[in-house]
Design a protein around this ligand. Structure first.
Ligand code: UDX
Ligand code: ADP
Length: 473
């Protein structure tokens, strides 16, 4: 029986291993984590990751061939295949701060694997699989760490092969994406063909062979960053166009639909929705990592190109805040502004890198009283996320409470319930003029204007009111 261990029971490791266990009942899968509370949560009825269908998958396998454990060393030592799926956030301080990925967690996991490998009997072997998003050549660094331990242990130690198998699922559709992936990428050296085959055989339990793409080690590592970068680049491109649409009176939805119908650009509107900017834990981190890698190789123009993808995203968020402020005669000081939606997209409970958080901070910094409502984010989380300035946000129980007495209402996540609010009731509770700033193009602007709102929608022809206001730099 093959034994698999995954270091890191996070957003990526948890769901991907649960699906693997579901589809491979003859394989024992242990997901381990240094955080005891995280493991306890995975062993409880309230999983730490909210994904449609995930509870059912975990219930079907937990206690059968899926284990969650804090005993990292034991499970790593027992495993034939060790996945490394730890967090690699952008560095907050030190060399490369704000640009380079922080590999501290990755290195500590590598050392755990190295220690286990050095204790293994000669003649035994492990396949080590890098799942985290990492810079190109990290697998080679992993090999060096493993080699140094095994050679230095003086007791022989087992052999190992390092592969790259990045993850591409989206939050909110993790289980669906994992069950039916567009592709599974497995990267390895030519000399590791056996290990690549062994990992491909695991996926072949449920993924058609023609969707299992094998590549070189470095190409697989780069594929992860490139995939994120191209997705982010599409969003920034359409957002940059949205600014010009607003300036010229064109409509970004029409432009995107017309452009997207060109098969060379993509399938319809896929990833061409203009909005307040992209968020989530991956896109920004991966684009910055890609830019940093370019820079490290002296490819300054290439680095600058990718950095602009992030810069346009920052611009889009800032532009939104400036629109809100400019519409209200250049100041929001003391005015209540409702924020509907804090998560980075609908269907998730995740506020990491959410543009809504930055918009809240921007409005607070300008003196607004910000009242936040999100259907899935609790008060403590809302306060933690927005706690960058001295003033705190107000937390509302529903959209109507958030909007009550407000001068403006910002829609920052595309939750369906924001499409179907009773906007007459919202209007009745708001100050005059009552503004709606739609950062996700979800409201029916025509209908809202008939009620009496002044409506700003990203990339759409603007109300006369908004055009008549002085610009805010
Ligand atoms: C992304 C990648 O899609 C996935 O392949 C990778 O494995 C992890 O990162 P995720 O972060 O879950 O997935 O979210 P995604 O659906 O890609 O959306 C990212 C952000 O872009 C969201 O804030 C979303 O609102 C925004 N977005 C997306 C747009 O603004 N417009 C679009 O057209 C698409
Ligand atoms: P991702 O979105 O990439 O899955 P998360 O932050 O959700 O990232 O999860 C990463 C997990 O990896 C965390 O639960 C963290 O505790 C765990 N982790 C990080 N380093 C180690 C390590 N050296 N050993 C065990 N677990 C680790």
């Amino acid at each position: 029986m093959v034994k698999i261990c995954c270091i890191g029971a996070g957003y990526v490791g948890g769901p991907s291993m649960a699906v693997m266990a579901l589809k491979c009942p003859a394989i024992e899968v242990a997901v381990v984590d240094g955080s005891r509370p995280r493991i306890d949560a995975w062993n409880s009825d309230r999983l730490p990751v909210l994904e449609p269908g995930l509870d059912a998958v975990v219930r079907a396998c937990r206690g059968r061939n899926l284990t969650f454990s804090a005993d990292v060393d034991r499970h790593v030592a027992d495993a034939d295949i060790v996945f490394v799926s730890v967090n690699t956030p952008t560095k907050a301080r030190g060399l490369g701060a704000g640009r380079a990925p922080d590999l501290a967690y990755w290195e500590s996991a590598a050392r755990v694997v190295a220690a286990a490998a050095s204790r293994s009997r000669p003649g035994t072997g492990k396949i080590v699989v890098e799942k985290s998003a990492v810079p190109v050549r990290t697998a080679e660094a992993m090999e060096r760490i493993l080699q140094a331990h095994v050679t230095g242990s003086g007791v022989g130690g087992g052999s190992f092969q390092v592969l790259s198998n990045p993850e591409f699922f989206s939050e909110g559709t993790a289980v669906r994406d994992l069950l039916c992936p567009d592709r599974v990428v497995i990267g390895g050296r030519d000399t590791d063909a056996g290990a690549v085959r062994a990992l491909a055989d695991v996926y072949a339990h449920w993924v058609p062979e023609d969707r299992i793409v094998t590549t070189g080690l470095r190409s697989a590592e780069l594929t992860k960053l490139a995939a994120s970068a191209l997705l982010a680049q599409r969003v920034s491109s359409v957002n940059a166009l949205s600014a010009l649409c607003e300036a010229t009176g064109a409509d970004i939805s029409d432009v995107a639909r017309a452009v997207g119908s060109d098969g060379r650009v993509g399938c319809g509107m896929w990833f061409l929705d203009a909005g307040v900017g992209f968020g989530g834990p991956s896109l920004r981190r991966d684009v910055l990592s890609l830019a940093y890698a370019c820079e490290g190789h002296g490819l300054h123009e290439a680095a600058e190109y990718w950095r602009q993808v992030v810069a346009v995203n920052e611009y889009q968020k800032g532009r939104f805040v400036r629109r809100v402020v400019a519409s209200m005669l250049g100041t929001v000081a003391g005015k209540k502004v409702a924020v509907l939606g804090l998560v980075f997209k609908k269907g998730v409970r995740d506020t990491r890198e959410s543009p809504a958080v930055d918009v809240c901070r921007g409005l607070l910094a300008d003196g607004a009283r910000v009242s936040v409502y999100d259907p899935v984010v609790g008060e403590t989380q809302i306060r933690m996320d927005t706690a960058a300035v001295e003033v705190e946000v107000e937390v509302a129980r529903d959209a109507y409470e958030a909007a009550d007495g407000a001068h403006g209402l910002c829609v920052l996540t595309e939750w369906d319930e924001f499409r179907t609010l009773d906007y007459h009731r919202v209007f009745d509770g708001m100050m005059r003029p009552a503004f709606v700033f739609d950062g996700r193009n979800v409201v029916d602007a025509g209908e809202l204007r008939e009620i009496g709102f002044v409506v700003y929608a990203v990339g759409k022809p603007q109300d006369a009111w908004l055009n008549g206001m002085p610009a805010v730099a």
